[in-house]
Design a protein around this ligand. Sequence first.
Ligand SMILES: [Zn+2]
Length: 285
Amino acid sequence: MNTETLFPITDHHMHLDHRCLGVKAAKAFQRAGGSHIFLVSKPSWTIGVTVQHPDDYHKVFDETVHMAGEVKKVGVTAFPVLGVHPAAITKMYGRVGLDRTVELMKSGLELAARYVEEGQAVGMKSGRPHYEVEPALWEASNEILMYAMELARDAGCPLQLHTESATLENIREIADMASKSGLTPGKVIKHFSPPMVDEFARCGLWPGVLAGKGMIKESLLQGDRFMMETDYIDDPERPGAVLGPKTIPRKTLALAGEWGDDVFWKIHKDNPEQIYSVEIERTTI
Ligand SMILES: [Zn+2]
């Protein structure tokens, strides 16, 4: 492939696990034309970490940071994004009680903010459950989300969110929460977004559009104010889920013939550079 004039190709949300394909998945991404990954920390329970103490989040985040280093060795740039999965609330409160759960989840987010401040990560991740939970858990989840926004504001970094499916109402609500916390909505990205590019633009949040069937085309019809992601999980128990690691480069290259290069320079380089304050250049190794 002639990569000299080719725009970078970025997967905005991917996980890699050395227990599964790990670096091999990054190589597959690269062979298909990919160049940059936003590498998101895995939920603690999927990597065998039972969080009992705030320090336990070190194990979770160090694994992501280490994997980013391994991936760089094969010529793919991986930017770590660290946080606490919102489903942790359901996993933990039966074991340690709700108050302690909130405390531990907040401490995990504090640690993520510290990694960002130390330059080991480029952003944070938080959210709230994507499934129905009882009112006390919902309220606690919103408190944790608000706290994550305040931490991201102080660290000056973006915040990826894993939340319930996007609707016009809830994305407005989240944009309002961000504004209240002092975090500019332009630093908040809804991961696993449907192709609601216009709606996101109106409320100031960013969508990371899941590159499922027809989703990117539908997004392109509304413009180029979005990013593309697979949420590739790299889990031995769910191989290939959610979308495979070659999806973003393959779809991008297939669509570039029809839509031209300019929109993809925007989607894969300009947008994430603006949000994350990183530099995205294709380098040949
Ligand atoms: Zn994910």
